[in-house]
Design a protein around this ligand. Structure first.
Ligand code: FES
Length: 95
C-alpha cells in the first residue's frame, strides 16, 4: 500500500493565552478533506483538537473555518501538506 503523510498546523492556545500552531502528521491515501484530517488528529493524536461538524456534505456550514487564511468548509476542502487551520472567528491573522 502506498501511504503518505502530510503535516498540518492547527491553531491552539498556550498556557499564557497566546496562539500557537501545533504540527501533526496525518497519513493520507489519495484525496482526503480537512474534516477527515481533523478527525484523525482528534482520535489518534490529540483529543484536545475540536471542531464542529454536521452534514459532511457542504450544506450546513457547521465546519466553516479558516484554512490557509481563507474561510472554507472543512468537509469540502482537500487537505494539503503544510496547511494552517484556524477557527472561523479568528480569521487566521491574530497572533
Ligand atoms: S459539515 Fe456541514 S458544511 Fe461541512
Amino acid at each position: 500500500m502506498d501511504r503518505n503523510e502530510i503535516r498540518i498546523h492547527i491553531a491552539a492556545w498556550d498556557e499564557r493565552g497566546s496562539k500557537v500552531y501545533r504540527e501533526y502528521l496525518v497519513p493520507i491515501d489519495g484525496e482526503m478533506n480537512v474534516l477527515n484530517a481533523l478527525e484523525y488528529v482528534h482520535i489518534h493524536l490529540d483529543p484536545s483538537v475540536s471542531y464542529q461538524v454536521s452534514c459532511r456534505r457542504g450544506v450546513c456550514g457547521a465546519c466553516l473555518m479558516t484554512i490557509d487564511g481563507k474561510k472554507r468548509l472543512a468537509c469540502e476542502t482537500e487537505v494539503k501538506d503544510g496547511m494552517k487551520i484556524d477557527p472561523f472567528s479568528d480569521g487566521g491573522n491574530n497572533a
